[in-house]
Design a protein around this ligand. Sequence first.
Ligand code: HEC
Length: 106
Amino acid sequence: MKKILVLLALAGVANLSAAAEVVGNATNAKTKVEMCIGCHGIPGYKATFPELYQVPMIGGQSAKYIENALQAYKKGDRKHPTMRGIAASLSEQDIADVAAYYSQQK
Ligand code: HEC
């Protein structure tokens, strides 16, 4: 019972922070970028789906560029199916966070 109350309290805190203005936080991005590293973290890595693709390095790009690219995948203006699926699963806050994170990478 105690455990459930703690979880509810944590969920409340998360809701409050989500309601705040969307400002990218690179530290919060650490867990969110785990799924990107498999493709974007390896220099010269090529994705084989849906066809052989050179995966662009995104570290060191401006936060605005990364945000715009992810928004474009989310909206469907950019067509790559894997990136569309990934971008669609990200919230506005997630996008701001990962953009902040990657803009600080080399
Ligand atoms: C399965 C491999 C894969 C994963 C996982 C992946 N990406 Fe990508 N990403 C790609 C490929 C391939 C492209 C190039 C697609 C294209 O040409 O539109 C791309 C393109 C991008 C671009 C545009 C780069 C540019 O210069 O145009 C951004 C930004 C991006 N990904 C961010 C992310 C983020 C953030 C994550 C994690 C939340 C992620 N990607 C996860 C394969 C991946």
